[in-house]
Design a protein around this ligand. Sequence first.
Ligand SMILES: NC(=O)c1ccc[n+]([C@@H]2O[C@H](COP(=O)([O-])OP(=O)(O)OC[C@H]3O[C@@H](n4cnc5c(N)ncnc54)[C@H](OP(=O)(O)O)[C@@H]3O)[C@@H](O)[C@H]2O)c1
Length: 187
Amino acid sequence: MTMEPKPLRIIAAADSNMGIGICGNLPWHLPNEYKYFLSKMTSVSAAGKKNLVIWGKGSAIKDCSSLPNCYGVVLSRTLSSVPKNANYLCRDLLSAIDLALLPPLSEEIETIWVIGGVKPFEEAMKHPACDRIYLTNIMATFNTDTFFPEFDRDAFKLLDEFPEVPSEIQEENGIRYKFQVFQRVCK
Ligand SMILES: NC(=O)c1ccc[n+]([C@@H]2O[C@H](COP(=O)([O-])OP(=O)(O)OC[C@H]3O[C@@H](n4cnc5c(N)ncnc54)[C@H](OP(=O)(O)O)[C@@H]3O)[C@@H](O)[C@H]2O)c1
């Protein structure tokens, strides 16, 4: 069977040291950043289409209703059943991507989003279908124990502006941040 490729995108927020998490949680409380960027971006699709959102077991998504218009896939090699906060359980990233490429979901899924944690990010950014990284730059330093992986900044170029993404600096709870979109310029 020929499988049509679909865009695979990463979305995350990292502080000045590229920290993304602490003790299994986000280091900051920025509900508008979450709502505006992650929730909004992952929910956009053409009429009648949905997106597939993939996360590792340790990345906190309370429930799929916080990510509208999406099917949720949790990655784990140890869970034996689909957790309440997801629609599917997969043993590895490629199996999760296949969900979007094969029936019964292939007709319905438009974009595949990887929202954490470190290994899913690392594997996704090496995948040839990964064309964009949406990375909020939290302009502060937090106590963190989990870090966004290094990525090739010659292959992924920071865009000056991107439709629907505010380019000005945002501020919430006294924390400044800016939305960034990196586009793959070469394979
Ligand atoms: N700032 C952000 O944008 C952002 C985004 C996401 C997460 N976070 C933070 O990052 C931390 C969690 O990230 P993390 O890297 O520690 O953990 P994680 O990737 O969310 O979860 C790790 C677990 O998920 C499963 N897993 C991960 N990758 C897998 C793969 N490729 N195939 C199969 N199973 C896989 C494994 O479960 P089993 O052991 O059951 O096999 C693994 O032990 C938290 O602090 C979270 O709040 C921040």
